[in-house]
Design a protein around this ligand. Structure first.
Ligand code: IMP
Length: 192
């Protein structure tokens, strides 16, 4: 797997993106180890349930892709795209569905896959939205959690990393659509 030092064009990419550059928080190797551990937990709970894993676009796409390839039992993958309006790095708290599910989840075991729980408003909205569809069960798997920013109660069933109140990028997670292709997770820090 690539790491940031091998990532061709990475420095150029950083230089092109104005006054900010990501500092590495979790390397691709650390992420891979943690995702394997999460997959083992999920396997134990879901191997005979044919779950539907719902990735929240766009930020979860890399995490979901790595996770499902470590799950060796029948499952289905769906995506939902949500949008919260806000300026810069802040969510407005108003969440809406931009692209809904392509299939029904009634009576199914649903596992939501999310990149970050920050204020918690996005996953709280999705829980309310999906509960109305009457799934057999509804759980949440999150790669990173910023508990210091929480505005609403969220129960995370499977968690990769607890992180400080920093704006992170990489491994599918963006800043203004940049850095999704960074193999590590970094945080944004202004250059002096
Ligand atoms: P919420 O505040 O928990 O509703 O998070 C909403 C969404 O904001 C997440 O799904 C992410 O897409 C985005 N987000 C929150 N924190 C960060 C961050 O540190 N980096 C990039 N995106 C973030």
């Amino acid at each position: 797997m690539l790491d940031s030092t091998q990532f061709k064009g990475y420095n150029l990419w950083v230089a092109m993106s104005s006054q900010v550059k990501p500092q590495i928080l979790f390397s691709s190797q650390e992420i891979e180890t943690r995702v394997r551990q999460l997959a083992a937990e999920i396997r134990k709970d879901y191997h005979n349930k044919r779950p539907v894993l719902i990735g929240i676009l766009k930020g979860s796409f890399v995490f979901l892709a790595d996770l499902v390839r470590l799950l060796d039992f029948p499952l289905e993958v769906e995506f939902i795209r949500l949008s919260s309006y806000g300026r810069g790095k802040e969510t407005s708290g108003t969440v809406r569905v931009v692209q809904g599910l392509a299939s029904e989840v009634k009576g199914r075991h649903v596992l939501i896959i999310e990149d970050i729980v920050d204020t918690g408003l996005t996953v709280a909205f999705l829980f309310d939205y999906l509960r109305k569809e009457k799934p057999a069960s509804l759980k949440l798997c999150v790669l990173t959690n910023k508990p210091s920013r929480r505005q609403t109660l969220v129960n995370i069933d499977y968690l990769g990393f607890t992180i400080p109140d920093k704006f992170i990028v990489g491994y599918g997670i963006d800043w203004d659509e940049k850095f999704r292709n960074l193999p590590d997770i970094g945080f944004m820090e202004a250059e002096d």
